[in-house]
Design a protein around this ligand. Structure first.
Ligand SMILES: Nc1ncnc2c1ncn2[C@@H]1O[C@H](COP(=O)(O)OP(=O)(O)OP(=O)(O)O)[C@@H](O)[C@H]1O
Ligand SMILES: [Mg+2]
Length: 509
């Protein structure tokens, strides 16, 4: 037994995040921890890793009671947590991030060659072919996640905790990660694995522990694991699959709601993108990390400058130089990285929810009508199923999935004509995922054009009328709902070659 947690209790204002939870982790096993958003998974992991102190209960390492005063203490005991929200320093290169605080030194001097060797070895162990001298700022989310894993591996962890490690990886990258995880397990490392993607749990877990509302519900041995059983014990009920959500959709004639002509992003200036999307239509943007989906959405929204190209809304050429131009044209964007671009974590949930709609509730642009804002915030909280639904709570106090619901919900009140979403269900549990899919469906049916970039095959297939697949900055092909199968999407996404070539180092998506 590497680590035992006994009777762990953690309270936050208004919430009992963990209520007398036990967890045992043994060398050479993969323990999955599952549960709905807010169930207490991340809190428990942060306690195991010395990031948060429990209010009650104790930890034992190798049978000895231990108290972690900081993550440093946990790392010294061999327990390393890879956070749900990534935490690499953008101003340092990859190698410096990996060895941060543990650089090989002679006196004050860095032993550079040794540092490079160690960082390179860690990167290889994480399955990543990347120079340690690369700048972190240039990396996409998928690559950053793998660097985080390399960083953890470089500490020679005996127990590795991964909190939703695949939420921004593509299927092929995730496969690579799974191979790494299974290899580490076979070498005797204990892995605690958190994910909302039940297919991953089925593949990886030797044992599954289910939490609900801060309590241990039950655990399953590998042979007992089925998707239905997991869902049932997580949510306490059966869920309707949302396949078929768009089956009855007939798009109206008329000019497209959004038309993009000859758009070149500065990252992929060699390829012009043309795209038309009708009122009421949902397009899923598929592609591997680095395919240019995020750049395309950012360019449409005016965050990144365009090298060339025209954007038409309802047939009218529209000048979009900055996000406020896009907002004025009725375009909304839910970004990929909610922490960096989306939410203000120190501000209240209510404040976050009404920010984009302020223009509507403001009087004369100066006075804010607080009661109207309050009403809007409460309506949105209810509609999005945010838990806990406390408008005054800082957004940073919400669980990851609930933060995502706020990041999407804040735009819903604005009733956009064009709704762009980058990985809208990242980190969202099965129930909330279905809620967000239903919400996209409703937004489209009310007349908006929706473009959602997603790395999740199931999502691409469930919620779209058309799948547009990108590869290296261009549109590699388009599939109707009927043509879109996992293998057809993969074939286009990899440029027609085998999926093995995602092993190449990738840059931002
Ligand atoms: N720093 C904090 N301040 C206040 N409340 C918090 C804080 N961190 C967590 N909570 C609350 O504790 C509960 C458990 O949150 P936790 O983040 O552990 O959930 P989770 O199972 O990881 O969810 P998700 O799947 O959404 O990541 C939630 O109700 C959350 O709002
Ligand atoms: Mg979490």
């Amino acid at each position: 037994m590497i680590l035992q947690a006994r009777n762990i209790v953690k309270r936050y204002p208004g919430v009992l995040a963990l209520d007398r939870v036990d967890l045992d982790v043994t060398a050479g096993e993969i323990v999955a921890v599952v549960g709905e958003n807010g169930a207490g998974k991340s809190t428990l992991m942060r306690i195991l890793a010395g990031d948060v102190a429990p209010d009650e209960g104790r930890l034992l390492v190798d049978g000895e009671a231990i108290r972690f005063g900081s993550p440093r203490d946990a790392i010294d005991a061999g327990v390393v947590l890879i956070h749900q929200e990534l935490s690499l320093a953008d101003n340092l290169d990859v190698g410096a991030n990996i060895l941060l605080g543990r650089e090989p030194r002679t006196g004050p001097f860095l032993r550079r060659a040794e540092a490079t060797t160690r960082a390179t070895a860690a990167l290889r162990a994480a399955g990543l072919d990347l120079e340690p001298s690369r700048s972190v700022a240039d990396l996409g989310m998928g690559t950053r996640q793998l660097v985080e894993i390399a960083k953890a591996l470089s500490t020679e962890a005996r127990m590795l905790i991964m909190d939703e490690p695949t939420s921004s990886l593509t299927a092929a990258e995730a496969d690579l990660l799974f191979e790494t995880i299974e290899r580490l397990r076979d070498e005797g490392t204990a892995i605690v694995y958190i994910s909302h993607r039940l297919g991953e749990i089925e593949r990886l877990a030797d044992r599954v522990v289910v939490l609900r509302d801060g309590r241990f519900v039950r655990s399953f041995e590998r042979a007992e694991v089925t998707r239905e059983r997991l869902v049932e014990s997580m949510v306490g009920r059966d869920l309707d699959a949302d396949a078929g959500l768009r089956a009855d959709v007939v798009l109206p004639p008329g000019p497209p709601r959004l038309e993009i002509r000859g758009l070149r992003t500065t990252r992929h200036p060699a390829h012009a993108v043309d795209l038309k999307i009708r009122s009421g239509e949902i397009i899923a943007l598929a592609g591997l990390v680095g395919a240019g989906r995020t750049e395309l959405l950012r360019a449409i929204f005016g965050i990144d400058p365009r090298a060339s190209g025209e954007i038409l809304v309802d047939g009218e050429p529209t000048r979009i130089r900055q996000p406020s131009d896009a907002a004025r044209a009725g375009i909304a964007l839910v970004p990929e990285d909610r922490k960096a671009d989306g939410l203000l974590l120190d501000e209240s949930i209510a404040e976050n929810l009404v920010l984009p709609g302020l223009a509507r509730t403001a009087t004369g642009g100066i006075l804010r009508r607080r009661p109207a804002e309050r009403g809007l915030a409460e309506t949105l909280l209810g509609r999005m199923g945010v838990r806990p639904a406390i408008p005054d709570l800082p957004a940073g106090g919400l669980s990851g999935g609930n933060q995502q619901k706020v990041a999407v919900g804040r735009w819903v009140g604005c009733e956009p004509n064009v709704f762009l979403l980058d990985e809208p269900t990242r980190g969202v549990d099965v129930g909330a995922k279905a809620e967000i899919h239903a919400l996209l469906d409703r937004i489209a049916r009310s007349g908006a054009a929706v473009i959602a970039a997603s790395s999740e095959m199931e999502e691409l297939l469930a919620v779209s009328d058309r799948v547009v697949v990108m590869h290296e900055g261009r549109i590699a092909g388009e599939l109707t709902r009927h043509e879109a199968t996992e293998s057809a999407i993969m074939r286009l996404a990899t440029g027609g070659v085998g999926s093995g070539d995602v092993r190449r180092s990738e840059t931002a998506s």
